[in-house]
Design a binder for this molecule. Structure first.
Ligand code: NAD
Length: 444
């Protein structure tokens, strides 16, 4: 029986869904020494990955994938039935996007649950790694029980993922905590064995708690970002400097300095949807969730605050040449899901501006939403090309490459020396000394 065999053997693990989380999870689990198959219903994606072509940009991911593929304990497949049948433990890493009303769309989770039911040829442990609302495990259990065609047993567990895009590989390999939500000893034993390398960082809870830890963590971080952005609005009406306010607050160990960065707010595939999903599930349970709603409202207003600065600098935006530096929702990723850049570009197109866009990694993804349009919208090969002849330069993502720009050279090639910095990457006094008109967030 499998339960006995896990004590001595390495486990056969399936990772279903090979997006940002699934790919890193598959490579990371293989690196821990397990026998892993990553599977996805997107056959093209699987073919690419199998050929060594990594479909996303994530530092060190390509190396980790290749090393483990070469060692022979990491393979990829688009045959989901076969993969599920062959494996003992299934990590579910499919997407949980948001519905229009903010609730989590659980259709991918349901689809995978049915597939597991249909392929339940031996005991399996089903591990939710996707971010899901509290109580999801009960639904997965019900679906598998309803659709299974055998009398084989299964367990459900929650093992939420905390990796951050841009440092996902190192986050997986050096986690600050491993949360394991279980309802049976059997599931606990398997997951503890999988993560035995990190046994000093494992917190074991029931499943509801584990599911809630993830949503509560992301919503708290979003709240922190909105809080400092709210404070930055007050700074802008006074002589206070938000960077120093945040620094001063951050010295207090009860607060901590991280996630106190005023700017264009949070984006990406997690915070915006997770705060809405927690709000929704809380409301469905009769809990007043106004605190989170307000935080999300503050976030929604960030692009408007930024564009007002652009208008303050340029007055009329029509036919103004604007260089947008940074399209990814944060540095070190090519992900543009819920990126501030999308709404900024949309608004500037509406205003009739001429746009020159640049990002070190995210331009291909952006082109799918905003294809090049002769003269009106183009993508540049370098920040300097984007800036040439521009009436203003906008900093939208805080890539290090932009911090290192030679600002004297930038000033020379721009039509007007105007910088609107949505991420406070420059020191106002330094930039102004070079001769720029400089607008940033929450400081004079
Ligand atoms: P993603 O959209 O990049 O990847 C999801 C993958 O699942 C896709 O490749 C898709 O083809 C595949 N898929 C969908 N339905 C499938 C099915 N029925 N069978 C097989 N494959 C299927 O999503 P992601 O960013 O990797 O996020 C996955 C989950 O992890 C989400 O719940 C997300 O909230 C959570 N999460 C994401 C991050 C992050 O930084 N991206 C961090 C922590 C947690």
């Amino acid at each position: 029986m499998f339960y006995e065999s896990i004590r001595e053997a390495s486990m056969k693990i399936a990772v279903i869904g090979t997006g940002y989380v699934g790919l890193v999870t598959a490579a990371g689990l293989a690196d821990l020494g397990h026998d892993v198959t990553g599977a996805d219903k997107d056959g093209d994606k699987i073919k690419k990955i199998s050929w060594g072509d990594v479909p996303i940009y994530e530092p060190n991911l390509e190396e980790l994938l290749k090393a483990n593929q070469k060692r022979g304990n990491l393979t990829f497949s688009y045959d989901l039935n076969k993969t599920i049948q062959a494996c003992d433990v299934i990590f579910v890493c499919v997407g949980t996007p948001q519905h229009e009303d903010g609730s989590a769309d659980m259709s991918q989770i349901e689809e995978v649950s049915r597939m597991i039911a249909e392929n339940l040829n031996k005991y399996k442990l089903v591990v939710e790694k996707s971010t899901v609302p509290v109580k999801t495990s009960a639904w997965i259990k019900r679906i598998i029980s309803l659709y299974k065609k055998s009398d084989k047993e299964f367990d459900i567990a929650s093992n939420p993922e905390f990796l951050r895009e841009g440092s996902a590989v190192s986050d997986f390999l050096n986690p600050d905590r491993i949360i394991i939500g279980v309802e049976t000893e059997r599931a606990k034993e398997i997951l503890v064995k999988i993560y035995q390398k990190f046994q000093d960082r494992i917190l074991i809870t029931n499943i509801d708690t584990a599911e809630l830890i993830k949503h509560a963590s992301n919503s708290f971080l979003a709240l922190k970002i909105s809080y400092i952005n709210l404070i930055s609005n007050i700074c802008e009406k006074t002589d206070a400097d938000v960077e120093l306010v945040a620094k001063g607050m951050g010295f207090d160990p009860r607060i901590g300095g991280r996630f106190l960065k005023a700017g264009l707010g949070y984006g990406g595939s997690c915070f915006p949807k997770d705060i809405k999903a927690l709000t929704k599930i809380g409301e469905e349970m009769g809990v007043n969730m106004d605190l989170l709603k307000e935080a999300d409202q503050v976030n929604a207003g960030r692009v408007k605050v930024f564009l007002e600065k652009v208008k303050k600098a340029l007055w009329i935006l029509k036919d103004k040449k604007i260089a947008v530096l940074g399209l990814a929702f944060k540095p070190e990723t090519d992900d543009i899901r819920e990126a501030a850049s999308i709404r900024i570009v949309q608004e500037l197109i509406k205003e009739g501006s001429i746009l020159r866009l640049y990002d070190p990694k995210a331009m291909d993804n952006m082109k799918e939403i905003f294809p090049e349009e002769h003269y009106r919208l183009s993508y540049s090969n370098s920040p300097y090309q984007a800036i040439e002849d521009a009436n203003a330069l906008l900093i939208v993502t805080e890539w290090d490459e932009f911090r290192r720009l030679d600002l004297r050279k930038v000033k020379k090639v721009m039509a007007n020396p105007i910088i609107v910095d949505g991420r406070n990457i420059f020191e106002p006094a330094d930039v102004r000394e070079i001769g720029f008109e400089y607008y940033s967030i929450g400081r004079k």
